[in-house]
Every structure is written in C-alpha cells, then in structure tokens.
Write a protein that binds this ligand. Structure first.
Ligand code: 57M
Length: 358
C-alpha cells in the first residue's frame, strides 16, 4: 500500500523515488515485521497464557519435554501477522506472485490454526485428523498451482542446480509437482518444529537465501548472466522473504531456548507453505532440497523410522524425528538446535554456490 500511495508522488517529491527499489522495500518489510513482533510479542504471550492456550505434551516423548507442559502455543499467529502486514504495506499489490504466496501462507496458517485450536480446546496433542488436514493443504496448494499454471508467462520447465542445460518440460504435470513441493515443505517444517528455535532458525536462513534467489530471478540482467531462469515479477517475492526473515527473527526472540512460546501448526504450516511456493515461483524448486536440507532430513528420518518399524519391527533411530534421537542420546537441547542452525548455514552457502556452478 505504501508503494502504491507514495511511489507515484516521486514526480513532485523526488525522495519518493526510493519506493521503486525492491532492495529498499525488502529492508523495510523486514524491519516492519521485526517491529510488529517485538511490539505485539509480549502482549500475545500474556494473552495466550491468560486464555490458557498452552501446549499439551505427549507422554511417550523424551522426559526433558514434560516441563514444557503449558507453554503458550499458537505463537504462529504473530508470525503470520508479521509477514502479511509488511507485505501488504511494502510489496507491489498488482503482482500475482505476491498474492499466490499470500494465499498459501494464510490458507496453510488457517488449517494450522484450526488444528491448534482443537488441540487446545480438547486439551490433547491430537488436533485435526491427518486426512482432513492433508485434504485442505492439497486443496489450497492445488488452487495456487492452478493460478500459476494459467498465468500466461509462467514457465513449466523444471530447472536443476549444477545442470543448467537440463530443463524438462512438465506441462500440466507441473501442477501436481507444485502441490507436492508445497505440501511436502509445510509438513517437513511441521515435523522439524519440536525443539526451541529448531524450525525457525533454518527457516530464517532459508528465507534469506530465497530472498537472494527471488531478487536475482526477477532481474533479467542478473538472471541471464548467471544462466538461471528469469521470472519477470519474482523480484517482489524478495519483499515477502524479507518479511519472513524479520518475522522469524522477531519470533526467535521469544522462542529461543527456553521458549516462552511455541509457534504451533499455524506457524509451521504457513512458513513451510510460503517457502515451498516461493521456491516454485523463483524456479529454484530443486535447490530447496539443499536450502531446506534440515527439513528434508527431519522428514526422511520419520519415513525411514516408520518404514523400518512396519516392515521389520525395528527402529533405526532411538526416536523420530531425528532431533529426538539426539535428545535421547543425551545431547542438551541447545546443542542440537545450534548445530542444526550451523548445518543450515552451510547448506544455504552450498545452495547459493549453485548460482555460479554450472
Ligand atoms: C508436530 N509437534 C511437536 C508445538 C509446535 C508421524 C510422527 C513422526 C508425527 C510426529 C508429529 O506429530 N509431528 C508434528 C510435532 C510438539 O510441538 C507442537 O507442535 C507444533 C508444531 N507442529 O509449534 O506447538 C512438541 O515439540 C516440542 N517443541 C519444543 N519447542 C518448540 O519450539 O520443545 C515444539 C516447539 C511440543 C514440545 O514438546 O509439545 C511434537 O514433537 O509433538 N510425531 C512425533 O514427533 C512423535 N514421534 C514419534 O511418535 N516417533 C515414533 C514414530 C516415528 C514411529 C518413533 O520414533 O518410534 C514424538 N513427538 C513427541 N514426543 N512430542 C514422540 C515423542
């Protein structure tokens, strides 16, 4: 809105010309998101505590988690607000990619909100049925995928890191592919969100990485020089990523060990959905496996554990997702969290190097 209100004034007041620049608006989207988080965070935590919106802890889990019983949850509502408001303020609202990303972010957030609400209301750790949740996530991402598919200039070829000449055309198959990426990322982030700051740290790092990818993809000169897909209009997603970085840092302030609040599914699903959508739009969807490597490993650990247990009655990990394995091995919680962050940073650097390697 600020962009639409203030940029046209540049003909009379040259100072408003700065609103044209994606870099400027990205920085201020991040700062706005941080301010919203810092200003509303303490109030939200007090309100959630007063309303007794506290976490129920599974009795089968690591004992160290029992003391977390009653920690306010659904802090993801703050993350959602701290992303959506800055995007509405600073992004170009005529941009379809911004709206598709917001649709998934808010849609997934709503599914997570209902799930969290039911868990809190019925004071259990079971919310919506797994099928019901999956149905809504698939439906929302299918609508987003359909919108992208019918958008005239949207490219339905698949781009691979390291092999820049390899560009298979997926055609209509690109729609289920988008659904897979977006729903998969939402669920993987959800599984990762099991220790204080464990999901939000890698999410901040991934958002910052995609901020750069979006900026480069949206800039024809840079994209051509780096031989990556140029996506006209994708630069505006740098503003969404900036808001995600700001909202993530603001949330981490309160979620860092020992957490004063958990994000809940409203946070994990919306952030994961947003990241998956941005990866698809910027044509950096395969690189997401590297950037979001922590989320991938967490999800894989569950798949491997469940498969092995069902087929052979044996567990590979002491407990899945993998962060529980390290907890049960005796690693202190902050050590697991910070080490996962370090790995995320390394993975982000490797992913960024794919811009140069071909
Ligand atoms: C959500 N939720 C956390 C919090 C957070 C198939 C199976 C692997 C599914 C999996 C599962 O349900 N995962 C999804 C994980 C929960 O956190 C809440 O959920 C939100 C995210 N959706 O925002 O509201 C607990 O995580 C801890 N936590 C923190 N700090 C945070 O900042 O400490 C969360 C955020 C919180 C808190 O304790 O209560 C969760 O873990 O439940 N199920 C599991 O993860 C379970 N694993 C399992 O059953 N493994 C078996 C299977 C694979 C065969 C096995 O390995 O044998 C474990 N979950 C828990 N305890 N809590 C089992 C032990």
């Amino acid at each position: 809105m600020l962009y639409h209100l203030l940029y046209p004034l540049h003909t009379e007041f040259s100072v408003f010309y700065v609103f044209k620049f994606i870099t400027f608006r990205t920085i201020y989207a991040a700062i706005t998101a941080l301010l919203i988080s810092f200003l509303l965070g303490p109030w939200l935590i007090r309100t959630l505590s007063r309303l007794q919106i506290g976490q129920s802890i599974r009795k089968v889990g690591p004992e160290s988690h029992f003391k977390k019983e009653g920690t306010p949850t659904m802090g993801g509502t703050l993350i959602l607000l701290a992303i959506v408001l800055p995007v509405l303020l600073w992004a170009d609202l005529n941009n379809i990619y911004v709206w598709v990303t917001l649709l998934v972010t808010v849609g997934f957030g709503a599914v997570g909100f209902i799930d969290d609400y039911r868990k809190v209301k019925f004071k259990s750790s079971d919310g919506l049925s797994a099928r019901g949740k999956m149905f809504w996530l698939v439906l929302i991402s299918a609508v987003a995928a359909g919108l992208l598919y019918i958008y005239p200039s949207f490219d339905t070829t698949l781009a691979f890191p390291f092999f820049k000449g390899l560009r298979p055309e997926l055609g209509l198959l690109y729609v289920p592919f988008i659904v897979l990426v977006v729903v998969g990322t939402g669920n993987a982030v959800n599984l990762t969100d099991g220790l204080d700051g464990l999901a939000i740290g890698p999410m901040i790092i991934a958002s910052a990485t995609y901020l750069l990818f979006a900026y480069v993809a949206g800039n024809v000169k840079l994209a051509t020089y780096l031989q990556i897909s140029s996506v006209q209009g994708a630069g505006e997603l740098a503003i969404v990523c900036g808001a995600m970085v700001g909202a993530g840092l603001g949330f981490l302030w309160f979620n860092t060990y020992p957490a004063q609040v958990f994000m809940g599914d409203v946070g994990s699903l919306s952030l994961g959905g947003a990241l998956g959508t941005i990866a698809v739009i910027t044509k950096q969807e395969m690189v997401l496996v590297i950037v979001g490597g922590i989320f991938v490993v967490e999800a894989l650990s569950v798949i491997v554990q469940v498969t092995s247990f069902r087929l052979w009655g044996k567990r590979i990990f002491r407990m899945a997702p993998i962060h529980h394995h390290f907890e049960l091995k005796g690693w202190p919680e902050p050590k697991i969290i910070v080490r996962f962050w370090i790995i995320s940073i390394i993975l982000a650097l490797i992913a960024l190097s794919t811009l140069k390697l071909r």
